[in-house]
Write a protein that binds this ligand. Structure first.
Ligand code: ASP
Length: 591
């Protein structure tokens, strides 16, 4: 037998018992011939002492032990000497006096210490199996398990069935590039790895399964950032005969359950609802961080007749003027820094500039202040609550880019002024009524803001008919925590004609519709129930719960930001001979 107990279990009550433990040598200390080791397994650490006067051979063998050796120890649970107890350790009152030792496997010296922070992430990823031995990493994976378990329990209790959908599938438009897999049996043809199980989960509704969920692996070939991986996991669900509010309530309950079971925290529900339009107007973001104010204020009316030509002409050409007040920031933001802010918005967002006014020692300091009349200044001060020590930042131009840039400035102001005072605050909200469509200048066509299966609001269907696409709102919603999007979903189109119309607007002609989405359109003509759903990013959620800085910290074997697994060296070059064969076969088939 390898063990009678895990390494976190023994207490005073077991003193006098003979036990067997197995694990890794966490550390080894030699106190004048008496060897102490901390024996570690997944659950914790127990101190083992080898006394030469009692068991000379065993103690002799213990001299050979090194960190990370795998051993089995048998011994007597004993009280630690008074004064040597370790209150930080669950097993800190006792130690095992070893009577037997087996070395199960010797270890080389690890390439990095396992008991302290390691800055070189590439090194960690290259030896991920060692990195995961570190307690904080094991903790993250346990947390992830608890989140997944809470999700399964909760959704099961709510009547959802866990159903797997294909990994070898067809492209489904979620706005990213597909990973493609050649089909050996169908030369020249490819599977796409799912960006999301979207169409399958809708087809499960047509199939009458009513409530589906899956902890689903999704694949998107995108440029990577700290919180992105080419493969990631979503808590994906879909249900029939359900409305937007019911889905939101269900998810609030799910998140409450997850936070309760993983962190012991009660989160207040229901979450605040805010429309996309309001979120953009007031916070300049579709995932607003509502932990602080610094709201965007509309100033277009105020500057309509202004002597300041730049502002006036923006308004005349249909744009907007907005501003935020960074209260008390004058001392923190020097003039040189403010110049840097301007460079930042120019470089980062292609903005023309970032007008500001700083009120210091009663003086309005700003390159634009000479263009403003006294009445205008008074009205501005009143509207913005502008006082000694404040800094105003202005955005001027087309509505969406202007509010978006000012929204980013708002976040930076909050960060620099440390406006988030409670690091444990969890501020959840739903952003609702997203636009259905957006004009893509790049592609020169309308694109779906969520995806093409999202339903327009009933009141706005007429706008769809009349071609006023920009005004059509969708029954789509995102759940946001502290300015981070946790997930989103929508009520779907379940009528064949409306779905077809939607494709048409997106530039997918009838023939292409049949080719790419014929299965879905056909399914909708066999009695499709009204349905909707949502997907939450599991990695990001666990990252936030763990307080980790990157999703790589909560994924067992992640890729680095070049999409490489540094341990297995995946991806690898393919066997070119095999590839050539495939090519020859496929060209032969195509004639
Ligand atoms: N499939 C969507 C996504 O991955 C979520 C949904 O609409 O349910 O973002």
């Amino acid at each position: 037998m390898y063990r009678t107990h895990p390494c976190n279990a023994l207490r005073k009550e077991q003193i006098g018992q003979t036990v067997t433990l197995s694990g890794w040598v966490n550390s080894r200390r030699d106190h004048g011939g008496v060897i102490f080791i901390d024996l570690r397994d997944r659950e914790g650490v127990t101190q083992v002492v080898f006394r030469p006067e009692e068991h000379p051979q065993v103690a002799e063998n213990a001299h050979e032990l090194r960190g990370e050796d795998v051993i089995r120890v048998t011994g007597l649970v004993s009280a630690r000497l008074p004064g040597t107890e370790n209150p930080k350790l669950a097993t800190g009152d006792i130690e095992i006096v070893a009577t037997g030792l087996d070395v199960l496997n010797k270890a080389d010296v690890p390439p990095f210490p396992l008991d302290s922070k390691v800055a070189n992430e590439d090194l960690r990823l290259g030896y991920r199996y060692l990195d995961l031995r570190r307690p904080e990493m094991a903790h993250n994976l346990k947390l992830r398990h608890r989140v997944a378990k809470a999700t399964r329990d909760y959704l099961d209790e709510h009547g959802f069935l866990e159903i797997e959908t294909p990994i070898l599938s067809n492209p489904t438009p979620e706005g990213a590039r597909d990973f493609l897999v050649p089909s050996r049996l169908n030369p020249g043809e490819f599977y796409a790895l799912p960006q999301a199980p979207q169409q399958y989960k809708q087809l499960l509704q047509v199939a009458g399964l009513e409530k589906y969920f899956q902890i689903a692996r999704c694949f998107r070939d995108e440029d990577l950032r700290a919180d992105r991986q080419p493969e990631f996991t979503q808590i994906d669900l879909e249900a029939s005969f359900i409305g937007e509010e019911e889905i939101q309530t269900l998810i609030e309950g799910l998140l409450a359950r997850i936070f309760r079971e993983s962190r012991g925290i009660e989160i207040p529900t229901p979450f605040r609802r805010i429309t996309w339009r309001e979120a953009m107007e007031r916070y300049g973001s579709d995932k607003p961080d509502l932990r602080f104010g610094v709201e965007l204020v509309e100033l277009s009316e105020l500057f309509r007749e202004s002597q300041f030509k730049v502002f006036r002409s923006v308004i005349e050409s249909g744009g907007v003027i907005k501003a935020i007040n960074a209260k008390g920031a004058a001392a923190a933001f020097s003039k040189e820094q403010l110049k840097k802010w301007e460079e930042w918005v120019k470089a980062e967002f292609g903005a023309k500039g970032l007008a500001y006014i700083r009120l210091k020692d009663g003086v309005w300091e700003s390159p634009i202040v000479k263009f403003l009349g006294e009445a205008e200044k008074a009205a501005l001060a009143e509207r913005m609550g502008f006082e000694e020590g404040d800094v105003l930042f202005f955005g001027a131009g087309e509505w969406e880019p202007t509010v978006t840039i000012l929204g980013r400035v708002r976040l930076r102001v909050a960060e620099l002024l440390k406006l988030v005072t409670d690091p444990d605050e969890l501020n959840f909200s739903w952003v609702v009524e997203f636009p259905l469509l957006a004009w893509s200048a790049e592609e020169n066509k309308w694109v779906a803001v969520h995806h093409p299966f999202t339903r327009p609001k009933a009141e706005d269907v007429a706008l769809l008919e009349s071609g006023e696409y920009a005004k059509v709102r969708a029954v789509a919603y995102d759940v946001v925590l502290n300015g981070v999007e946790l997930g989103g979903g929508s009520i779907r189109i379940h009528e064949r004609d409306l779905q077809s119309k939607m494709f048409e607007i997106l530039g997918v002609n009838a023939e292409e519709q049949q080719h790419k989405f014929g299965h879905l359109l056909r399914a909708f003509s066999f009695g499709a129930p009204p349905h909707g759903g949502v997907a939450l990013g599991l990695d990001r959620l666990v990252m936030l719960i763990a307080g980790a800085e990157s999703i790589r910290e909560v994924i067992a074997f992640p890729k680095n930001n070049r999409g490489v697994d540094l341990m297995t060296h995946s991806p690898v070059e393919v066997d070119f001979k095999q590839l050539r064969e495939l090519y020859i076969q496929s060209t032969a088939k195509k004639g």
